[in-house]
Every structure is written in C-alpha cells, then in structure tokens.
Ligand binder design. Structure first.
Ligand code: SAM
Length: 176
C-alpha cells in the first residue's frame, strides 16, 4: 500500500514538473540556465547600485538574483513558473545569507506590473521579447534599464551591446 502511495505521489510530482516546464516553454522560454561565466558579465553590464530593484523575468534557479545581491547588495525579485527551477531557487534562498533582499514568486511575470523595477534582466526567446517590448515601454520608469541575454528588444535601440569574444553571446542593454 505504502509503495503504491509513494508511486502515485512520484507520478503526480513528475507530471506537474513536466507540465510546468511545458507551460514555461510556451509562455516565454524553456528553462535554459545562464552559463556560470555569463552570469557576472550580464549583471556587470547592468551597472547595478545598491538602491536598484532588479527583476529577473523567468528567474530559473535564481542564479542571477543571488549573484546580483551578493555582488551589488541590490534588492532582487524573480518570477518563475516551472516548478523544478522554482524549488531550486527556493532551496538556494533558504541558505543564502542575504535572503531578506531576495523575493521569488511562483507565478507568471506577464501580469506583473514592472513599475517597481529599476533593472529588468531577461533571457527569453525572440517572440517573448517582441511581446515584452510594449510592456517595458509602458510600465518602466524613466531611467530603468533592461538587460537581455542573446535576444534584442524589438523597436528600441540598445545603448550598449556587449560581445566580449567569439564564444560569448551578445548582451543588449537598454535605458528607458
Ligand atoms: C532561458 S531560462 C532563463 C533562466 C534564468 N533567468 C537564468 O538566466 O538562468 C527562462 C526561464 O523563464 C521561465 N518562464 C517562462 N515563461 C515564464 C513566465 N510567463 N513567467 C515566469 N517564468 C517564466 C522558464 O521556466 C525558464 O526557467
């Protein structure tokens, strides 16, 4: 009996994990963690100050949020809809000394007002960037930055493009 219950629990959990992975992929981007060496390059390009409020749209396991708080003492907010990376982010949060500065939400960023953010980080797909463009244009405050890994925000010229070598992807920075 116990084995059967365990089997059902594992089956349901696996199903929910796979379902939320699919939802994430359909909603904005699949879970593809930013390579470790690129994390610092991306947050450095944002030119963060401790007063900044950094949003990561689709934060995965939270690596950008934790790195930004560790290095620049910013406040950081992440949104994630895939269950497994969200749980990993929560686990990291539990053991992170600066956790008071990090908030991680298990819901979609599409309905989230972006006005509180001074910096928005994203590593999404081209179609999602096209959908995100009018949202950041209408909701972000003047002076807010968007830093995007690999894909451009259509309709706005980046004020900085970083290509630091043959093997690194482009990172685009926009100031509104
Ligand atoms: C390419 S990954 C980037 C993860 C993380 N930012 C990083 O750099 O390691 C994109 C993430 O966005 C999440 N995602 C997709 N659509 C989302 C939505 N509508 N709301 C919140 N998260 C979403 C995916 O589940 C995935 O973890």
């Amino acid at each position: 009996m116990l084995v059967l219950i365990l089997f059902i629990v594992l089956f349901v959990l696996t199903f929910v994990i796979l379902l939320t992975f699919a939802l994430g992929a359909l909603s904005a981007a699949p879970w593809l963690p930013l390579p470790g060496r690129e994390v610092e390059r991306l947050i450095d390009l944002a030119e963060l100050k401790s007063a900044d409020v950094v949003y990561d749209l689709g934060c995965g396991d939270g690596r950008l949020l934790f790195a930004a708080v560790r290095k620049y003492q910013v406040s950081a907010v992440g949104f994630e809809i895939a269950l497994l990376p969200y749980l990993l982010a929560r686990l990291r949060w539990l053991f992170f000394p600066g956790r008071k500065k990090v908030k991680i939400h298990f819901h979609s960023f599409w309905n989230e007002p972006l006005a509180p953010a001074t910096v928005v980080l994203c590593f999404l797909m081209p179609e999602s960037m096209a959908k995100l463009a009018p949202k950041v244009r209408t909701e972000l405050r003047p002076g807010a930055r968007v830093v995007s890994y690999v894909f451009k925000l259509p309709g706005t010229e980046p004020n900085l493009v970083s290509r630091s070598g043959d093997k690194t992807a482009a990172i685009y920075r926009y100031i509104f």
